[in-house]
Design a protein around this ligand. Structure first.
Ligand SMILES: [Zn+2]
Length: 176
């Protein structure tokens, strides 16, 4: 799929609205099918050591803003990408570096979310308090190794993990 097709899908099916989870969020304007491409998160590419805190210090942003996309690469997300909230029971997941796909059918007016822990590398010390209010809420969100095994199995089956995370959890013995 080329970029122009992606952009058209992105702008036609989603929009930014006020979120019940946190601040603004990205919402479906119409039904998005299971497995459908939603958007590619974008921002300024930064090369850094694996701990996100050095990126935050440099750019004056908080720990849930930069998106790790490789062992030593982060995107300091642009405004639109930053608005997509975390949920412990998400309806979307990241593939490749930062491509967001629906991991179940998403209804019109539903907020689009992904699990931030799926983008936080095994050496990352980042944590965040979660207010997603889902039944499976983990309350404190940490790096990918803090995802419960049953949920991790689901993400693996749904192809909801970026490439660098797949490599890192394989190394850590967590990829089944
Ligand atoms: Zn939660």
């Amino acid at each position: 799929m080329n970029n122009s097709t992606k952009d058209i899908q992105n702008t036609s099916k989603t929009e930014i609205r006020t979120s019940a989870i946190s601040g603004k969020g990205k919402f479906a304007k119409q039904k998005i099918m299971f497995g459908e491409y939603i958007t590619t998160l974008s921002g300024e590419l930064v090369h850094s050591d694996p701990d996100i805190t050095s990126v935050c210090d440099k750019f004056g942003v908080s720990g849930d803003d930069p998106l790790q996309i490789d062992d030593e690469q982060f995107l300091v997300l642009d405004h639109e990408s930053k608005t997509i909230n975390h949920s412990c029971n998400p309806n979307a997941g990241l593939r490749n570096k930062s491509d967001l796909y629906a991991i179940r059918e998403i209804n019109a007016d539903e907020e689009i979310t992904y699990d931030y822990s799926t983008t936080s590398g095994t050496n990352d010390t980042w944590t965040m308090n979660c207010g997603c209010n889902t039944e499976v809420c983990r309350k404190t969100i940490g790096n990918v190794l803090t995802i419960p095994a049953s949920i991790m199995a689901k993400y693996i089956a749904l192809d909801a993990l970026p490439m660098f995370i797949r490599k890192q959890i394989k190394k850590a013995g967590r990829l089944i």
